[in-house]
Design a binder for this molecule. Structure first.
Ligand code: F3S
Length: 402
């Protein structure tokens, strides 16, 4: 593998033990994938939740922090496993302490304290063609597909190594050849609702797995948040890290996403497929849930406005919990717009900096959850041993105020 003088300096310890350690890790991965060289990456997005990093992750980050590691490139962090008022959620002290240790180490390393899976909304916005090293499947799908930046689904550990060196092996989606479309997906429904984007994403992930789908039939005026929902569902039900939408996403506007080759496969998604999927995703016929959760991925301002509009002047049913997961950035703007007042007056609860999937909901002992997120619906039954009711946003909000 070709290493620059600067790579060798990092490897030989010129910039300290943390950088040396990170560079060793990057080179090991590069050797496994037989890469020729390393590339510069200009931003990182790392995992920071105890719910998936566990004790090994805490020790790893603390080790780097103690070695005086510092981010070399702008680096943001995914949601944490703890809501602010974690004691109200019956989360044991022992669990919470691990996340608090992660907060401390991550802060010391100089990570931008976003604690959100939508860093591209405000503070970490890569441009077209930029090499980045992001973790978290929905953020990766968005950055690759909607923004046209280049990242792999960077594993935990390697994401932080990229943050403190600014280097990554030239592998996977950094390479042109791996970005070309493989499966043509024809959407056969005319008017797509917000909810359809979640469901279509779920179907695509199930059908294509790790391949790169090229989607035809999505209107050119679709909203970014709709593509965010599609990507997050496809990344969860399958392992889609890059999708192209004809005439919509940058690599499918500039050129033929199949690079003049025929698709390996063509699939169609009909209105019936979407309807059947909605029915199939729910694990119960029951229409009432202990908890209603929206905001996976974290809601955009546009989505939050829709929620606030339905909730204005209404009250959440006293025996239902309605949780809205948000980034702090969207929360701050929404506060300025008085949206938060309407939401809080209804009795809905806003959860900042955290996520329904990687927080330990088992301690709350809920039996069922209603959600509009295909990603939550895909994960919660196995991860949290709960029944799930998959419904559109309006049904979720109206279910909470019924
Ligand atoms: Fe974000 Fe958590 Fe969903 S990280 S995409 S809210 S699973």
């Amino acid at each position: 593998m070709h290493l620059t003088n600067n790579d060798l300096d990092m490897l030989n310890g010129k910039y300290g033990k943390a950088v040396q350690f990170a560079m060793k890790l990057i080179i090991i991965i590069g050797e496994i994938y037989q890469t020729d060289d390393l590339i510069n990456v200009s931003s990182a997005h790392i995992l920071g939740h105890y719910g998936s990093l566990y004790d090994a992750g805490v020790e790893f980050y603390e080790k780097l922090a103690n070695l005086n590691a510092k981010c070399r490139i702008p680096t943001t962090v995914d949601p944490s496993s703890l809501p602010e008022n974690w004691k109200d959620f019956n989360i044991p002290d022992n669990y919470a302490k691990k996340q608090l240790r992660l907060y401390k180490a991550i802060k010391k390393i100089g990570v931008i304290q976003t604690w959100s899976c939508t860093p591209y909304e405000f503070v970490n916005i890569p441009r077209y063609g930029e090499y980045i090293a992001w973790a978290e499947s929905s953020a990766v799908a968005y950055a690759n597909s909607v923004l046209g930046a280049r990242t792999n689904r960077t594993p935990a550990g390697l994401d932080m190594a990229a943050a403190i060196t600014g280097r990554m092996p030239r592998i996977g989606f950094y390479l042109d050849k791996n970005r070309k479309g493989q499966v043509l997906v024809k959407i056969k429904k005319k008017k797509l609702t917000d909810f359809d984007y979640h469901s279509i994403g779920y179907i695509i992930g199930k059908r294509v797995g790790t391949k790169v789908p090229v989607i035809e039939g999505v209107p050119t005026n679709c909203a970014s948040y709709q593509l965010k929902c599609l990507g997050s569902a496809a990344a969860s039900s399958g392992a889609v890290s890059l999708f192209h939408v004809i005439d919509v996403t940058p690599e499918a506007i500039k050129e033929d996403p199949f690079k003049e080759k025929s698709p390996e496969e063509v699939i169609e998604i009909t209105p019936d497929d979407i309807e059947n999927t909605i029915q199939k995703i729910s694990t119960t016929q029951n229409e009432e849930a202990d908890i209603i959760a929206i905001g996976c991925p974290h809601l955009s301002l546009e989505e939050l406005r829709k929620v606030a509009k339905i909730l204005k002047g209404k009250k959440i049913c006293s025996d239902t919990r309605f949780w809205i997961y948000l980034s702090r950035a969207v929360y701050t703007i929404a506060q300025q717009m008085d949206l938060i007042t309407d939401i809080k007056n209804s009795g809905a609860q806003i959860l900042l900096d955290t996520c329904p999937v990687i927080s330990p909901l088992k301690y709350c002992r809920f039996r069922s959850m209603m959600t509009n997120s295909a990603k939550i619906a895909n994960v919660v039954p196995t991860e949290h041993n709960m029944e799930v009711i998959y419904r559109d946003l309006e049904t979720c909000v109206k279910g909470a105020i019924k």
